[in-house]
Write a protein that binds this ligand. Structure first.
Ligand code: NAD
Length: 358
């Protein structure tokens, strides 16, 4: 009896083994977050580069096997989870392979670069019945946990207007720039980075999007001329609830990283880390301060990956779907991105019915 109990306990305490696809900047933050959380460990990396397993192991701790073949890594029965941190244009094909191998998936944003690939990936993950988590880690940040809590406690009343905007200059000084400038690599200002702000706006507004209008443009500065797509866009959203919202995605600026949040409701407003609520009887001529860490850095080592990944590992252990940043959340946000990019291309509004096919 005691031996059975010990075996169950050992099984319960066993860490999940994670394999990483791609070994770049995002991978380094994923490896640290996975290993530091204590619920899982990185034990494999797939890279097209010839990396040395012992060097990679020594750098990150534990025993990490480096594979040059994705097929070989996916055949490892000891791996339960695969984290996809490769170039954006590789995500769709690799995620389908991971799903077919029956492994749970962590996927970096953008999930995919086209609506067609979104449908393919969505179908493959559903068919495989694996767990899935999209790296919209802002949802797990202090910034948006506190913001969501203010909303959910009704302190703003019924929200009728919301803005969440992304300002982050991705110029020649930035690692990703080498591939981000191409349409095949970056996709659009929303796909490459603004998706974090759009996703956070959808989280805050809590209503389905009905219609999207988007316009885009580009900085005249020489640093941004290599971009094959417009690097600033503004998207106006009409929600089913009757509310409206706006998301600017600006990756061609010279200023500190800024994740602007402004929500307006029937009982108050929230502006970044400040708010006013009639329900507290405070004076509306001054803001009340919220103690929170704002999303104020593009550096992956500052991002709340650990909280997000630990949530996924708990979901896997408990046999339920990833909350907050699961497949349905990833699909909903990417559908709006594709509607926005289509609207900017056409120069007119796009109904979400057209994107969803219903
Ligand atoms: N969630 C976030 O906030 C966030 C932040 C950064 C990146 N990302 C995403 O992560 C993914 C990867 O981005 P990244 O910044 O890690 O890109 P990266 O250029 O550092 O690495 C991307 C890929 O390139 C490979 N690579 C890196 N250096 C290489 C070299 N010298 N030679 C050959 N191959 C090399 C890596 O193995 C990896 O597969 C992208 O989808 C990106 O959008 C997300």
């Amino acid at each position: 009896m005691r031996a059975d109990f010990d075996a169950i306990l050992r099984q319960l305490m066993k860490k999940l083994n994670v394999g990483i696809i791609g070994y770049g900047w995002a991978a380094s933050a994923h490896i640290d977050a996975i290993n530091q959380g204590g619920k899982a460990q990185v034990s494999a990396v797939y890279s097209t580069r010839k990396l040395d397993s012992s060097e990679v192991s020594a750098k990150h701790g534990g025993t990490i096997t480096v594979y040059n073949s994705l097929k070989a890594m996916l055949a490892d029965p000891n791996l339960q989870v695969i984290s996809v941190t490769s170039y954006p244009w590789e995500h769709a094909r690799q995620i389908v392979e991971v799903a077919k191998a029956g492994k749970h998936i962590i996927a970096e944003k953008p999930l995919v670069l086209s609506l067609k690939d979104l449908r393919t990936v969505e179908a493959a993950i559903k068919k495989a019945k694996v767990n899935f988590c999209i790296c919209f880690e802002a949802r797990f940040s202090s910034h948006f946990k506190v913001t969501k809590s203010v909303i959910d406690r009704g302190l703003l009343g019924k929200i009728h207007y919301g803005e969440v905007d992304y300002y982050h200059g991705i110029g020649p000084w930035y690692g990703q720039y080498r591939w981000n400038v191409t349409r095949k690599g970056g996709g659009s200002s929303l796909l490459t980075a603004g998706c974090h702000a759009l996703d956070a706006l959808l989280l805050c507004m809590g209503s389905e999007v009905e219609e999207v209008t988007s316009y885009d443009t580009q900085s005249a500065h020489p640093d941004f001329q290599k971009y094959e797509y417009p690097t600033s866009s503004v998207t106006i959203l009409k929600f089913k609830s009757g509310a409206v919202g706006k998301c600017a995605a600006v990756v061609d600026c010279f200023q500190p990283y800024y994740f602007h949040t402004h929500l307006v409701g029937s009982e108050g407003s929230l502006l970044d880390d400040k708010f006013h609520s009639n329900l507290l009887g405070a004076n509306k001529n001054g803001w009340s301060k919220l103690s929170m860490s704002l999303m104020d850095s593009g550096d992956v080592s500052d991002h709340p990956y650990q909280a997000e990944f630990d949530t996924l590992f708990d979901a896997i252990a408990q046999g339920h779907q990833m909350p907050l940043a699961g497949l349905a959340d990833a699909v909903a946000t990417h559908e709006v991105i594709f509607a926005a990019d289509l609207s900017a291309k056409r120069g007119k509004p796009v109904r979400m019915k057209e994107i969803r096919g219903k």
